[in-house]
Ligand binder design. Structure first.
Ligand SMILES: Nc1ncnc2c1ncn2[C@@H]1O[C@H](COP(=O)(O)OP(=O)(O)OP(=O)(O)O)[C@@H](O)[C@H]1O
Ligand SMILES: [Mg+2]
Length: 460
């Protein structure tokens, strides 16, 4: 059997020693001695520890917040006990390490350890407030420990890396909102943007689809490019095409893809240029400013005339005001801004609005082709192939039909074959109308030529 006698006697000796030391040596001397011992041991320790406190004065420490988010991704796999929660405006569950739990991490071959330290306090004597505005009852901090020799790398690379990852996680996790303006203010409590459209369900030509997604990807990764070139980190899109071809749907797909808030600006409700400027300044970074039907909401007259017509007193948003909003000096105050204009009539827009730099990309959304139709059939009928596809492909080459019209045909309460048969009938009817119209136009122009010839003969 295991003999416990030596252990018991060793423990008894330690207790005895402690009691003797406590009684013989005055408390102050003991405390100085302990502190010196701690100092010496730290001096010879190879470890370095960074303490990241939750609050800095009254304000929350952003490094603490970032560490919390970052460690949440590690906690679920590397500790024994985690806290889990989900907030109203968040999409996913979030994990937090529990008090005194340790999480190991590895950064470019450097091992680090994180530990959450919590000290309980009397909440009546502390002036910090939690997210839900209740006074905090404990002071929390993270301790980040690693080998001393990596100090620079941890400060210069690892902590910025943690901040970056946390920022991306936070951005991706926040439910996006749609803001609308009432006169010169954005809505106080914007609703969640629940539009289900995505690039997987948007029915547009495959090549255009790829082009747009590549453009957005390039834009969000281009922080360094914009900094280097001294350009404001923003991008302007003009979406044009007939009604029902998917302009608003594309904006929804963009917002969902980037997880950017949407600011749907009603120019007719803005008031004047000053209000417009305030509205733009009131937008958050990483957001999309949408101005729909731009040709209908602003008087797109020549800017020289405008200076005469619109003076400071007639409270109008002018074209110059709008151009300033798009690329004036103060439009650079925000980062990762996307501005989208839509119109059914591109030809009516002032060329100043279309200048490169204002509208970086012009996207024509047109009538439905076969590749877009197949996407709609997948969305609405859950099919990828059908024997009627061949007939539909031919008809789509002859008839102009919008995705909105096709979507309506495919949402009938019938099975896939019936829906497609109805669609074919619809396309054939449209084709007939088109043929009739062409015949009528030809007839009229023939008649006009005859009348012209008769009147010419009479004159001669
Ligand atoms: N390309 C598309 N992909 C998927 N659905 C589409 C597409 N285009 C239109 N639809 C369907 O038609 C409806 C109307 O489309 P949307 O509002 O995007 O058209 P729009 O081009 O913005 O029209 P308008 O010029 O009238 O504003 C959408 O709700 C959607 O159901
Ligand atoms: Mg629209």
């Amino acid at each position: 059997m295991f003999d416990t006698k030596p252990i018991v006697s060793a423990m008894a000796s330690i207790v005895l020693m402690r009691t003797i030391t406590n009684e013989l040596i005055p408390r102050e001397v003991l405390s100085i001695f302990q502190s010196a011992l701690h100092h010496v041991s730290r001096h010879f320790s190879a470890q370095f520890t960074i303490v990241i406190e939750e609050f800095q004065g009254m304000a929350r420490n952003l490094v603490f917040e970032a560490a919390q988010i970052y460690l949440g991704t590690k906690a679920a796999v590397s500790v024994e006990r985690v806290r889990v929660n989900k907030l109203e405006d968040h999409k996913n569950l979030s994990f937090n390490i529990d008090r005194n739990e340790e999480v190991s991490d590895n950064f470019e071959g450097i091992s680090v350890k994180w530990k959450l330290i919590c000290i309980e306090v009397d909440s009546s004597r502390i002036r910090h407030y939690d997210n839900d505005s209740s006074p905090v009852s404990e002071i929390r901090s993270y301790e980040l420990t690693f080998h001393k020799k990596h100090k620079n790398k941890i400060f210069d690379s690892y902590l910025p890396y943690v901040m970056d990852i946390a920022k991306n996680i936070k951005q991706g996790d926040m439910a996006i909102k749609i803001h609308s303006n009432d006169y010169g203010c954005w809505s106080r409590e914007p609703p969640k943007f629940n539009h289900p459209m995505s690039f997987n369900t948007l029915a547009i030509d495959e090549e255009l689809h790829r082009e747009i997604v590549d453009d957005l990807d390039k834009f969000v990764r281009a922080r360094e490019f914009y900094r280097r070139t001294g350009k404001a980190w923003k991008r302007g899109y003009l979406l044009y095409g007939p009604p029902g071809t998917g302009k608003s749907s594309l904006i929804a797909a963009m917002a969902n893809y980037l997880n950017y808030d949407v600011y749907d600006l009603d120019l007719t409700a803005v008031g004047d240029n000053r209000r417009l400027r305030e509205l733009i300044l009131g937008m958050s970074n990483r957001s999309i400013l949408v101005i729909e039907d731009i040709d209908c909401t602003i008087n797109l007259q020549n800017r020289e005339d405008e200076e005469v017509v619109n003076n400071e007193h007639n409270n109008k948003v002018t074209l110059s005001g709008l151009l300033n909003a798009v690329d004036g000096l103060w439009s650079c105050c925000k980062e990762e801004h996307i501005i989208v204009f839509t119109t059914n009539h591109k030809e009516r827009l002032d060329p100043a609005l279309l200048r490169p730099g204002r509208m970086d990309k012009q996207i024509h959304l047109s009538y439905c082709n076969f590749s877009a139709f197949k996407q709609l059939a997948t969305n609405y009928l859950c099919i990828t192939e059908h024997e009627l596809y061949e007939k539909i492909e031919v008809l789509l080459g002859e008839v102009k039909i919008t995705p909105a019209e096709i979507a309506e045909e495919l949402t009938k309460d019938a099975d896939a074959t019936e829906c497609l048969q109805d669609l074919i009938k619809f396309l054939q009817a449209k084709k007939m109308i088109m043929v009739e119209r062409i015949k009528r136009v030809k007839k009229i122009s023939k008649k006009n030529i005859i009348i012209k010839n008769i009147s010419k003969q009479r004159r001669d």
